[in-house]
Design a binder for this molecule. Sequence first.
Ligand code: ADP
Ligand code: MG
Length: 361
Amino acid sequence: MIKIEHLCKKYGKLTVLKDVNADIKKGEIISIIGPSGTGKSTFLRCLNLLDNPSGGNIYFDNVNLLDKTTNITKIRQKMGMVFQSFNLYAHLSVLDNLTIGPIKLLGKSKDAANKKALELLKLVSLADKANNLPDELSGGQKQRIAIARCLAMEPDVLLFDEPTSALDPTMVSEVLGVIRRLAKEGMTMVIVTHEMEFARNISSRVFYMDEGIIYEEGTPQQIFENPQKENTKAFINRIRSLHYPITSKHYDLYAMNAKVEAFCEKHLLSRKVCSNVLLLIEEILLLQTDFSDIDICLSYSEKSGHLEFVLEAAGSPVNLLEENGQDDDLGLMLIKNLCETIQYRYENGKNILSCQLKDKQ
Ligand code: ADP
Ligand code: MG
């Protein structure tokens, strides 16, 4: 139904979408997730040309939207868009909000438009609000009206841009309920959302957007349970990281420790865990000989509660985990004692040591 090829969007010097490619079939429900600022809204706006793409092609039922001869207005009517902020006409009654488009743009008679509008109001359980003004409704009700208004235009696909993020938590589920119902009825939908459980349950496919592209896509199971790429894993597992570079043997130990402590505090890790991390870092650094190019990274997964410490040291291969029968062995025992698992590998000229700290100490 929709084919997107090499879509690119720049705002001045800022490249938001680099190269987006996707194929959306009739009846599919696509959820788009990803960190904020990665172009999810921009992508939706480009899809129905609320924003002009800087390059690429978008085909809707094999018609190229970016072809100058294409009748954009007609095609845009086939794609309804639901915004975070509802965008209802404040001075019109709920019923008029639903009928104005069909009468003016689809050329429907007032009677036919009213009849359809009342049906749709029943679908979203708001038939008794037909004569109210939007401001007399709650946020959740306004958003359900906005969805009904889109449906009144008889679109082939609905685009949702974070439809629940402006709502009080208590109203989120009434809106998600309506979207679920449309899904059951086979509506094609593209939904940008932060509601992970919802995305997981409702979608046929999930797009994870990052770095200006669809960074990873797959079934909800693939993306939520077994993401393959680094950024997707970090996003799904809500991993927060602290990086600290070291470039000399005389690195600032106190500054580094202060950063680690602040990181632990920010993520509500206990004093005990924090002192274990500090001890682990100190012991591992004591085993180093080449300090010219070291990067240390502490990562905490808010989802699993796991804490991981990774040290990358440039230089020739030395596996610090191999006991050498010298004084260092005591330090090594201490390190092994603090960790659930420790792995060593050599990659691109770097010795990489990954330690997963024990959860409960
Ligand atoms: P998301 O929806 O994923 O949070 P957006 O698509 O809203 O991201 O924005 C992506 C980037 O594009 C952001 O850095 C944002 O500041 C920028 N951006 C969005 N719209 C405009 C605009 N009209 N003019 C300039 N920059 C914009
Ligand atoms: Mg957005």
